[in-house]
Design a protein around this ligand. Sequence first.
Ligand SMILES: NC(=O)c1ccc[n+]([C@@H]2O[C@H](COP(=O)([O-])OP(=O)(O)OC[C@H]3O[C@@H](n4cnc5c(N)ncnc54)[C@H](OP(=O)(O)O)[C@@H]3O)[C@@H](O)[C@H]2O)c1
Length: 253
Amino acid sequence: MRQLFPVNRDNIDVEELYRGGRPPRPKRPYVAVNMVTSIDGATAVEGVTAKLGSPGDKRIFFLLRSLADVILVGAQTVRAEGYGPPRLDRTAVAARLARGQSSLPAIAVVSRSLNFDWSSSLFTDPATRPVILTPASAQAEELRRAQGRADVVIVGDTSVDLAQGLEALSARGARLVLCEGGPTLNGELASAGVVDELCLTVAPTVVGGGGAARLMGARPLKRMLDAALLHMLEEDGFLFLRYGLAQGTEDER
Ligand SMILES: NC(=O)c1ccc[n+]([C@@H]2O[C@H](COP(=O)([O-])OP(=O)(O)OC[C@H]3O[C@@H](n4cnc5c(N)ncnc54)[C@H](OP(=O)(O)O)[C@@H]3O)[C@@H](O)[C@H]2O)c1
């Protein structure tokens, strides 16, 4: 992997490049979104991301996971991508423990329907227990089932209030939340003004039309967000971009 911006460099320490530069937020965890798209902006091919990935993308995916306290994900991504419990290699686990983090990040799923395959490894792995953020309107029977399989946090009335959800994650000790999509959840976080960073892999492929959503979903944002390019890396024609997003004043968040 080589760096193209801010300067050309062949020998780069990718871990070092992604590790730093995340100032603590006063009221909530720092939120980084990690996504992959085709050149023409598709976020999925045939409903999943597998055909957009590369070894480099996978490396950065796991690197970001290894840094995060919580992996935040939308329910539809859990269902479409068949999410399981988080796994990291021994080196990453050792580095986390040395930094004072838990051995693995927790997975936190945002869902209104609580419609999951409760027998999947995400919910049955004995070593990890996911968090579910759901609104008060969740159906009682589904809620009971969820509470048997996950730590359920109720935030918001008919929709999860994401700002409150982040505060709840902060109360559980999260300082860095990594959102892995999908586009609907990304858009809601961006609308709430709580996305600090976007890590974007651009795959050298053109997908064309179809049902794939754009990065931030279908709903317009209340206002455009300025982004500063922090770095651009390249490997095998894939581009790896890290942007810092401007959010306005802290009172707005
Ligand atoms: N390119 C990439 O890097 C990438 C990354 C992730 C996903 N994807 C792709 O994106 C697609 C899935 O994305 P998506 O946009 O359809 O869905 P999504 O964002 O993963 O999940 C949407 C769901 O999350 C829940 N949700 C989100 N915000 C909520 C709120 N404020 N309150 C309550 N519930 C809320 C709802 O769950 P319920 O339906 O349970 O109520 C909603 O239906 C898949 O095809 C996946 O492969 C691509």
